[in-house]
Design a protein around this ligand. Structure first.
Ligand code: GDP
Length: 203
């Protein structure tokens, strides 16, 4: 799918979408997840792929690879050009069961990351957050790093998975979470993952 309201494969099977900043490690994660080396192309030119790719997995669900957004080195208007395509897909896909949002363990969430999570909360899509490249954080501080990100974003412990495409950490946990999202009935948010919108108001 290359433009908002453009052609997309007919929907039928449950869809799980993967989102994140360019270079966050999404292609590497997807290849690890499905145990295929070349499913998603590991990018050499961050910020280039501007289409949504759909992969049918085991005739059970469709894995939706959203374009990486927010590459810092492109002009602001191009940097924000992801929003109509990604948000258009997310808000007009009845088979969408959940979104896996990726964050790089070494960086704080960017304004684009926060905008994305905010948008997902607004449309009420069950959301998991995967903290990528966890192998780049010293083992002793990994737990604290993930916890800091979780609290910053107001997420549930069960919503956050630490992941490494390099050593496979978190792969099985992610596969189980995806299976959980796939099995969810549409419109049954309370049976699935909590969304940040459900957070109790402060005080
Ligand atoms: P994408 O742009 O989000 O699809 O990111 P890629 O999968 O292309 O990865 C971007 C860069 O990060 C590449 O150089 C990868 O080798 C590297 N990378 C991806 N995942 C990991 C990881 O888990 N650990 C480490 N150390 N590097 C990673």
């Amino acid at each position: 799918m290359a433009q908002p309201d453009g052609w997309r494969p007919p929907s039928g099977l449950p869809e799980i979408a993967f989102a994140g900043r360019s270079n966050v490690g999404k292609s590497s994660l997807l290849n690890r997840l499905v145990r295929r080396r070349g499913l998603a192309r590991v990018s050499r030119t961050p910020g280039r792929t501007q289409e949504i790719n759909f992969f049918r997995v085991n005739d059970a669900f469709v894995l939706v690879d959203l374009p990486g957004y927010g590459y810092a080195r492109v002009a602001k208007e191009r940097r924000e050009s992801w929003r109509p395509l990604i948000e258009g897909y997310l808000s007009s896909s009845p088979a969408l069961r959940g979104v896996v949002q990726l964050l790089d363990a070494r960086h704080d969430p960017t304004p684009d990351d926060r905008a994305m999570l905010e948008f997902l909360a607004t449309i009420g899509t069950p959301t998991m957050v995967v903290v990528t490249k966890i192998d780049k954080v010293a083992p002793k501080t990994q737990t604290a790093r993930v916890e800091a990100l979780r609290r910053d974003l107001g997420l549930d412990t069960a919503q956050v998975i630490a992941f490494s495409a390099t050593n496979g950490a978190g792969r099985d946990e992610l596969a189980a979470a995806v299976a959980g999202l796939v099995g969810q009935l549409p419109g049954r948010r309370e049976a699935g993952m909590k969304n940040s919108r459900d957070e109790e108001p402060p005080g």
